[in-house]
Design a protein around this ligand. Structure first.
Ligand SMILES: *Cc1c(COP(=O)(O)O)cnc(C)c1O
Ligand SMILES: [Zn+2]
Length: 564
């Protein structure tokens, strides 16, 4: 018996006791129920108890549809780090940018939250068979967790799912059914199949299944607690102990994540731990963006996309059904937000940017959220002062070929040597073949250490440069006189000696006049200031508006033109 929660029907409001064996409202037959708890009581005791609880998904067991607070089917799910994205944040002009790194879950995606809570609930209820339809990651997670729990799993996968993922599902001993059809049709087939199994198979219905929805809200709990450790309590809301971000950004397919995360933020507020709900940004792949279309046309029902045109199978839910309507309604009633779409190419590019700038590798579906972040930062939808959390939803190995293109490694062979030569000579001869690329000396002049760190990272991730740094104008001029610099990447606004004065001094000295200057600035220039730069610099780049490749392209074009 579950005494700490009730299931409330969204259609008729009827409240009944919860059991994983019943999926519909006993009063009206409605298929969408949500869990409700005694928030006031839990809110009072939870802050006292949290310091003694491990930082994993079970930390918030009082608010989960399970009985045993220390379940046996656990593999270290949840409790993922909230990472500050300093380089990307500097690049986009959003200093308070954080990444919830869900790829550190046991099978590499945030679906492990859903699988761990659901499989635990099934185990507690004595259910031994389950059925689901998946675009890949749900099936991988459930395959792992059901294997540990001794539950049989039937996984219906659309044939769009990459072969690597299908094999990953199969290796755990899952019954894999590959359906040559869209994901929406695959779901219908799985539903039919579950209904025909007489022995009481549990069908995971995503957002309509209480354990699935409850699992996702733990992301909100963790973000709030971690953000408070990272930034301190919210000075604008000193009456509550925890803080919430201004934005939660996630790549969206069926919408389980954002609906669950919103429920989590709502419960934090009910418990008196916070008093705000963040804006939600749902990012979809352009070729399958029913929620984006509906949002932009101000519709509360999403028109299904019958044949999704995206290579990102994880995000190929063409028909979000009622989930969109619920999500939109709740967003409008709370923190608002936006839906945006990005192209597959923008997502692939974001994968590469995040790997080079933040050391984080991810699958295309997760990268859709980052491509959306870049788009929203550029368009001004996200303000520089705002606190932003992006969910890095998942990881696939191996890296898909399309991300890297050609020329990502240099081939060397160690030659066969005549026996009189020493083996070291073979190594030396191989080393000599790794020809270094053209070399330029670049000075980075900026008073902000994060800005210097970003530009250094951009240069070192894409080529072979000798890099110098200066944190003020005086040091910059010293460097210019002492080293043979080819390029100076110059900030304009610096205390004491600003970039304009550095430029004047460089041009006035014959020894330094030929150094090519790229100005990178956050400042909007007046006509007068523009005139001061005209003809004397190579390029003007605005902070927060260029991507890594743009800067390197500028420097390489300088080298190609021989202008330095
Ligand atoms: C499932 C999934 C999504 C989409 O999540 P929803 O909340 O179900 O829309 C995004 N990224 C990855 C990696 C996923 O596995
Ligand atoms: Zn009902």
């Amino acid at each position: 018996m579950y005494t700490h929660l009730v299931a409330e029907c969204l259609d008729c409001g009827h409240r009944s006791s919860y059991s994983p064996k019943e999926s519909i409202c006993p009063h009206c037959g409605g298929g969408w129920r949500e869990a409700r708890y005694d928030y006031k009581t839990i809110g009072k005791k939870i802050l006292e108890e949290l310091p003694n609880r491990p930082f994993d998904i079970w930390r918030f067991h009082d608010l989960l549809p399970i009985q045993d607070p220390h379940p046996v089917i656990s593999m270290g799910e949840g409790g993922t780090p909230l990472l500050k994205a300093t380089n990307l944040g500097t690049m986009l002009g959003i200093p308070h940018l954080y990444i919830k790194d869900e790829h550190q879950n046991p099978t590499g995606s945030f679906k492990d939250r859903q699988a761990s809570i659901t499989v635990t609930a099934l185990k507690e209820a004595g259910i031994t068979e389950t059925v689901l339809a998946s675009t890949g990651n749900v099936a991988i997670s459930y395959a792992a967790y059901t294997s540990r729990a001794g539950i049989k799993l039937w996984a219906f996968l659309t044939s769009l799912v990459p072969a690597e993922k299908m094999r990953e599902v199969a290796i755990y001993g899952t019954q894999v059914i590959k359906v040559t059809a869209s994901y929406d049709q695959t779901k219908k087939l799985a539903t039919e199949f579950a209904e025909q199994r007489q022995r009481g198979s549990y069908l995971d219905r995503g957002v309509r299944s209480i354990p699935a929805l409850e699992s996702m809200k733990t992301i909100a709990f963790e973000i709030s607690e971690q953000l408070t450790s990272a930034m301190g309590a919210d000075p604008d809301n000193p009456q509550v102990p925890w803080r919430v971000p201004d934005w939660y950004i996630q790549a969206v397919s069926g919408g389980l994540g954002p609906v669950g995360v919103l429920k989590g933020f709502d419960e934090l507020r009910e418990m008196g731990l916070t008093d705000r709900i963040p804006a939600i940004a749902g990012i979809q792949a352009e070729g399958c963006a029913p929620m984006v279309h509906a949002w932009k046309q101000n519709l509360d029902v999403a028109e299904p996309v019958h044949s999704p045109r995206t290579r990102i199978a994880t995000l190929a839910t063409g028909d979000p059904g009622h989930t969109y309507t619920i999500l939109r309604k709740r967003m409008m009633q709370s923190g608002g937000g936006a839906f945006e779409s990005v192209t597959d190419e923008e997502a692939f590019r974001a994968i590469h940017v995040l790997a080079k700038m933040e050391g984080l590798s991810m699958e295309p579906a997760a990268a859709v959220a980052f491509a959306g972040l870049i788009k929203m930062a550029r368009s001004g939808q996200i303000q520089p002062t705002e606190v932003v959390v992006v969910n890095l939803t998942g990881h696939t190995m191996p890296v898909e070929k399309i991300i890297l293109g050609e020329g990502w490694a240099q081939d060397v062979e160690i030659p066969e040597l005549p026996s009189e030569m020493k083996p070291e000579e073979g190594l030396l001869s191989a080393l000599s073949r790794i020809t270094p690329k053209p070399h330029a000396s670049v000075a980075i002049v900026d008073d902000h250490p994060q800005a210097r760190r970003l530009i250094r990272r951009i240069l070192q991730s894409q080529g072979e440069y000798t890099i110098f740094e200066a944190s003020n104008g005086r040091e910059a001029l010293e460097l210019a006189r002492q080293e043979e610099l080819d390029v100076m990447v110059l900030d304009l606004m610096m205390p004491e000696m600003d970039g304009f004065s550095v430029l004047d001094a460089l041009k006035a000295d014959e020894k330094t006049a030929s150094i090519a200057v790229i100005v990178v600035t956050a400042k909007t220039l007046t006509p007068d200031e523009k005139a001061r730069l005209r003809g004397r610099i190579h390029t003007l780049m605005k902070k927060g508006e260029f991507l890594d490749e743009d800067l390197v392209e500028e420097i390489n074009s300088l080298l190609r033109n021989g202008s330095c």
